[in-house]
Design a binder for this molecule. Structure first.
Ligand code: HEM
Length: 478
């Protein structure tokens, strides 16, 4: 008989070392390993014991998730561990703070995110990047019959986009020569090495390396200094530009913060870096898996093509707004392959979760979007199948309408007061890419039969080793 809190496959815990060896041997496939335990737990929650009595609670239980992210939001914060790991890189940026500082940045940013003019700017940026860079590059690949790493291309696409939107700077990463732009590389290093700090068994190990400025910490220091210096330089230039001009020409987020009175240089630098991090590898991760899933599910691709055909020629926003089937297919893709597969909070005070799990002050509680997308209890026995129809209903006229899910059963964009600020922007960008690419090309994986890509996790998820593809010109879509 299994008890609610201790599924049969939970690793054995010993005094002092807890489940150290089991954790260590599953470090590479931590997400899949914890998913299997959650799938066999009656309440979809378990506690993992680490060295010296420290514990981490994992949950895929929607009631617990709602409790953490909404009803007891103030008891679950990013906390000192997460803040310490990311502080050198993100400073006091929105992604890395709690309390009043977070509230203030959230208010200022959500005000800007909700303006019509920002939305318009985002559309222009995405369409320019699509038509001037992505499509020509894919066309060249058709002619050359070359193999591209689509994951890398999409990352470059997303990085150009988010830099232009966040601070009006074009790093021009998506060029045929695949240039190594210093800012992009420094950003990548800073992200990767910071994420390794999270995986260190004892934080003292990276703290000692940082103190002596050696190894990975030395590289991190160099990368972070480059990122922050570069961002600060742009902030200064932008301030100057705005002081010289009476009217605002650029409508990027940084200009908006600066012209609405938020002129503190550190504030502006920190917030911009947080936005770039948030918008950088998330949409590219989702799209990489999306094109893979379309290859495996040609009937879904056919349905999307029908939708694209019906929409071509419309203005941008009208077009993507009505791409209901594509929207559902993207949601379904992120159910199986969420760009942020795990998200951790720290308990401010002792608490009890709705399923009875006892939480001690200071414990890390991790909710698990990857496991939640794979729970039979939530999605039914066909949870492993890619079925956009889960997200759709037909209206009386037989047209698809989108049927959203409770956000606490699908916290892919988090949920509650800290819901992702870029959710709408992300869907706009992803739908434009899907529509622009599929209208003209067929994406054919350049892999052997039976190939199964692996899902790996840094701060965000990736397809291990990249996604090699060939592009074929599609005929007769319009
Ligand atoms: C498919 C794409 C995306 C996914 C799945 C996603 C997911 C998430 C998640 C899970 C969080 C919560 C992280 C945490 O607090 O630990 C988050 C926060 C955030 N996201 Fe996104 N995101 C996406 C795209 C974007 C884009 C394109 C932007 C904008 C440039 C963006 C901006 C933000 C910001 C600013 C936050 C912090 C919100 C806060 O702390 O109040 N995201 N996102």
């Amino acid at each position: 008989q299994k008890s609610a809190s201790s599924p049969s496959n939970i690793p054995k815990s010993y005094p002092i070392i807890g489940s150290y060896f089991a954790i260590k041997s599953n470090q590479e496939n931590r997400v899949q390993w914890t998913t299997e335990i959650l799938q066999s737990s009656l309440s979809a929650t378990f506690t993992l014991h680490n060295l010296f009595g420290s514990r981490q609670i994992f949950t895929a239980n929607p009631a617990n998730v709602q409790h953490m992210l909404k009803t007891h939001f103030f008891n679950y914060y990013k906390g000192p561990v997460s803040r310490g790991v990311l502080f050198d890189f993100l400073g006091h940026g929105i992604f890395n703070v709690d309390g009043e500082s977070w509230k203030y940045q959230r208010q200022v940013s959500s005000h800007e995110f909700n303006t019509k003019s920002l939305r318009k700017f985002v559309q222009t940026v995405v369409d320019t990047e699509l038509h001037d860079r992505l499509i020509p590059m894919l066309s060249d690949a058709v002619v050359d019959k070359s193999v591209l790493d689509l994951q890398e291309i999409l990352q470059r696409f997303a990085f150009d986009n988010v830099c232009k939107i966040a601070f009006g700077f074009d790093p021009a990463c998506l060029l045929p020569s695949l240039p190594s732009a210093q800012f992009a590389e420094a950003f990548e290093d800073a992200t990767d090495i910071s994420s390794k700090r999270f995986r260190a068994f004892l934080s003292i190990a990276w703290k000692i390396k940082r103190f002596f400025n050696v190894g990975s910490e030395k590289r991190l220091h160099t990368a972070v200094t480059q990122v922050r210096d570069f961002a600060r330089k742009i902030v200064r230039e932008k301030k100057q530009e705005l002081a010289d001009k009476s009217s605002l020409e650029s409508v990027d987020l940084l200009s908006r913060f600066l012209t609405s009175g938020h002129t503190d240089e550190n504030f502006a630098t920190d917030i911009v870096i947080s936005f770039i991090l948030a918008g950088r590898d998330t949409t590219s991760a989702a799209l990489t898996w999306f094109f893979w899933l379309l290859h495996k599910n040609p009937e879904v691709e056919k349905e999307i093509l029908k939708e694209i055909k019906g929409k071509s020629g419309m203005p941008v926003f009208e077009e993507v707004k009505d791409m209901v089937y594509t929207h559902a297919a993207l949601c379904e893709c992120m159910r199986l392959y969420p760009p942020v597969p795990l998200d951790s909070k720290t308990a401010v005070d002792d608490d009890i979760l709705p399923d009875g799990t006892v939480v001690k002050k200071g414990t890390v509680v991790t909710y698990h979007p990857y496991a939640m997308g794979r729970m039979e209890k939530i999605w039914g026995s066909d949870w492993a199948e890619f079925k956009p129809e889960r997200w759709l209903q037909r209206d009386e006229a037989g047209k698809w309408i989108f049927a959203g899910r409770d956000p606490y059963t699908y916290p892919v964009f988090q949920a509650g007061p800290r819901l992702c600020l870029g959710k709408e922007m992300a869907f706009l960008q992803m739908k434009r890419v899907v529509s622009g690419v599929l209208r003209q090309f067929k994406v054919v994986p350049a892999v052997e039969d039976g190939f199964q890509p692996s899902f790996v996790v840094y701060l965000t998820s990736k397809m291990k080793g990249g996604f090699p593809v060939r592009m074929e010109e599609r005929e007769n879509v319009d």
